[in-house]
Design a protein around this ligand. Structure first.
Ligand code: NAP
Length: 302
């Protein structure tokens, strides 16, 4: 008899066929270089912090990849390298099928520091290149120095694209004004139904600079999911509330969502977001419950 976890894994693997073969690969976001990446990815914050949780975390990431959620977001910060090691294990033998994103600490983001930090990340991840490397948030090192470091990494083939995270409108403007700064491929920001300040201006600003928006904490770290409105829509579509929260983000063609799930049933539930197309009535209900911003507010961060 199969162990409960194996049964769940088998169900997760079988799911795409049972549900009409819809996989995350059916929903992609085109990056500025024309490359298509999975619009629904896998977050890793809080992974790699405990030895006993590792095998479960690796299994969850592998299950997500099997479902076609082929973009993984990590950072040198997560578990102080532990999350990158977990990701390294999860992608072993299948690196080419993964779009790998990592982030550099601001205090490591000098022209030289960013190169060394990236090399350490590559080692932990067991790969020779990152697909996208982000400045995790702004620190005191001038942006021009960080961009120089990113350019060195591009030239050496250690990074295929670079971008930023937690950049507000003024940060995007400053970045766009420095040599090479216009090449940023993404801005990873807090974005979910309960934190939609970027709808006022930043999302349009990212579109103008052709930087994809990567929505972090897309489930509001789980807090959103008790909302009666989400539960109501989840019942309507036969999915879990998380799938509705994610479908709301993914209705936009240039938004990538990176929910984190260590639990296999959560991974499967999140992938169901790809089955859901919210209609105008659903969106109006969500707008009433989670009103869009009426004025500019500073970018929220976690
Ligand atoms: N750039 C930045 O500054 C920044 C900041 C924060 C996050 N991030 C990135 O964004 C990723 C996602 O954000 P996050 O981890 O803060 O929060 P999140 O993805 O909004 O929520 C994660 C939490 O929700 C739970 N969960 C996942 N799927 C669920 C489901 N279907 N039903 C119920 N609960 C579910 C997870 O539990 P289990 O783990 O137990 O499944 C976990 O506790 C991070 O992991 C990280 O990669 C980036």
């Amino acid at each position: 008899m199969l162990h409960a976890m194996e049964r769940l894994c088998a169900r997760v693997k079988a799911w795409p066929k049972e549900h009409g073969g819809i996989m995350a690969t059916d929903r992609t976001v085109e990056l500025r270089n024309g490359e298509e990446v999975s619009a629904l990815g896998l977050g890793t914050w809080r992974m790699g912090e405990s030895r006993s949780a590792r095998s479960g975390e690796i299994a969850a990431l592998r299950a997500g990849l099997d479902l076609g959620l082929t973009l993984i977001d990590t950072a040198e910060m997560y578990g102080e390298g532990g999350a990158e090691e977990v990701v390294g294990e999860a992608i072993k033998g299948r690196r080419d099928g993964v779009f790998l994103v990592s982030k550099v600490y601001p205090h490591n983001a000098s022209a030289k520091g960013v190169v060394s930090a990236c090399e350490r990340s590559l080692k932990r991840l067991g790969t020779d290149r990152l697909d996208l490397y982000l400045l995790h948030w702004r620190g005191s090192i001038p942006l021009a120095d960080t961009v120089k470091g990113f350019e060195r990494l591009l030239a050496d083939g250690k990074v295929r694209m670079w971008g930023v995270s937690n950049f507000d409108v003024n940060d995007m403007t400053e970045l766009g004004g420095i040599p090479g700064g216009q090449a940023s491929a993404a801005n990873q920001v807090l974005y979910h139904l309960g934190a939609r300040g970027i709808d006022f201006e930043l999302i349009a600003r990212c579109r103008e600079s052709r930087a994809a928006v990567m929505a972090y904490s897309p489930l509001g770290q789980g807090q959103l999911l008790k909302s009666t409105c989400l539960v109501q829509l989840a019942n309507k579509y036969g999915v879990e509330p998380a799938a509705i929260a994610l479908a709301w983000l993914l209705r936009q063609p240039d938004v990538i969502a990176i929910p984190k799930a260590s639990n296999l049933s959560h991974v499967a539930a999140n992938a169901r977001a790809l089955d859901v197309t919210l209609n105008a009535e659903d969106l109006a209900l969500l707008d009433r419950t989670f009103p869009p911003p009426r004025r500019a507010t500073p970018l929220e961060m976690i």
